[in-house]
Design a protein around this ligand. Structure first.
Ligand SMILES: NC(=O)c1ccc[n+]([C@@H]2O[C@H](COP(=O)([O-])OP(=O)(O)OC[C@H]3O[C@@H](n4cnc5c(N)ncnc54)[C@H](OP(=O)(O)O)[C@@H]3O)[C@@H](O)[C@H]2O)c1
Length: 242
C-alpha cells in the first residue's frame, strides 16, 4: 500500500529501530502516532517527524498495559484517523546472558509482557478495523533468536519465537482481506539497546558492522509498499559478520 497520507502507529518510536522507522514513514508522507515510555525521547522523534512534514501524536505509556494501548488507538484515531499502518518495534532484550536456571520470574514476565503481549495488543486492536476497511499493513520486528535459540537468551528467544508464531497466524488470518502482515527478523542492530548492557559486557561485533536502523527501516517500508498481489511473510536480515 502507499504510505503517503496514511496514519501510521509505531511502537518503540522513542529509540533505535522504531525511531528511524517513524522518521522514514514521516519522510514518505505518513502521519504518525508514536508510542514508547520515555516522553522526552518521543519528543525528539516527534520533532524530526514534524520537520519532515508529518502530523504527529505522541502517546507515552507501557505497551503491555491494555488500557493504555486502547487509549493510544483511540487518541490516534481521534487526531489522525484509524491507523492503516502499524509497526511494532517496542521490545527489550536481556542486558546480559541469563540461563533458565538464573533468570528471575519477574524478569521473564517483563520480557514476555513487553515483547509478546505488547505486540499482541496492537495487532489485536488494529486488525479488526483494517479488515473492515479492506486495507492495512502490520509489520512486527522479530529476531534471529526466533530461528535458533542460544544458551543464556531463553527469555528473549521465547518471546521472539512467540512473536514469530503470532505473526504467522495473523498472516493466514488476514489472507484475502487486503491486510498485509509481515515480520522482519534481524541479527544484531546498532541501536541503544546495546547501551543497556553492563560496562565491558561483550558485544557480538563492532557496532559499525551491525545492521543499522536504516537497514531495518528499508525492509519495513519495502514490505508496506508491495503491491496487493505480493505476499512476503518474513525478511531475515543479518549483518555479514564481524
Ligand atoms: N538491537 C538489536 O540488536 C536487535 C536485534 C534483533 C531484533 N531487535 C528488536 O528490534 C526492536 C527494536 O529494538 P531496538 O534495537 O531499536 O532497541 P531500543 O533502541 O532499546 O528501542 C526499544 C524501544 O522499545 C520501547 N520499549 C521497551 N519497553 C517498552 C514498554 N514496556 N512499553 C513501551 N515501549 C517500550 C523503548 O521505549 P522506552 O524506553 O521509551 O519505553 C524503545 O523505544 C525490538 O523488538 C528488539 O527486540 C533488536
Amino acid at each position: 500500500m502507499q504510505i503517503q497520507n496514511q496514519t501510521a502507529l509505531v511502537t518503540g518510536a522513542s529509540s533505535g529501530v522504531g525511531r528511524r522507522v517513524a522518521e522514514r514513514l514521516a519522510e514518505r508522507g505518513a502521519n504518525l502516532a508514536i508510542l514508547g515510555r520515555d516522553a522526552a525521547r518521543l519528543e525528539e522523534t516527534a520533532a524530526a517527524a514534524t520537520a519532515a512534514g508529518a502530523k504527529v501524536v505522541m502517546l507515552p505509556g507501557d505497551i503491555a498495559d491494555e488500557a493504555y494501548v486502547r487509549r493510544a488507538f483511540a487518541e490516534a484515531e481521534a487526531h489522525l484517523g484509524p491507523p492503516e499502518i502499524v509497526v511494532n518495534c517496542a521490545g527489550i532484550s536481556l542486558p546480559e546472558r541469563m540461563t533458565v536456571e538464573t533468570i528471575e520470574p519477574t524478569r521473564w514476565d517483563e520480557m514476555i509482557a513487553t515483547n509478546v503481549r505488547g505486540t499482541y495488543l496492537t495487532c489485536h486492536l488494529a486488525v479488526g478495523g483494517m479488515k473492515a476497511r479492506g486495507r492495512g499493513a502490520i509489520v512486527n520486528i522479530g529476531s534471529t533468536a526466533a530461528h535458533v535459540a542460544k544458551p543464556g537468551v531463553s527469555a528473549y528467544a521465547a518471546s521472539k519465537f512467540a512473536v514469530r508464531a503470532l505473526t504467522d497466524a495473523l498472516i493466514e488470518e488476514c489472507l484475502g482481506t487486503g491486510v498485509r502482515v509481515a515480520l522482519v527478523s534481524a541479527g544484531p542492530i546498532n541501536s541503544p539497546i546495546w547501551d543497556k548492557r553492563p560496562a565491558g559486557a561483550p558485544e557480538p561485533m563492532p557496532r559499525e558492522n551491525m545492521l543499522q536502523p536504516d537497514d531495518m527501516a528499508d525492509a519495513v517500508l519495502w514490505l508496506i509498499e508491495r503491491p496487493d498481489r505480493v505476499r512476503c511473510d518474513e525478511i531475515l536480515l543479518r549483518p555479514v559478520g564481524p
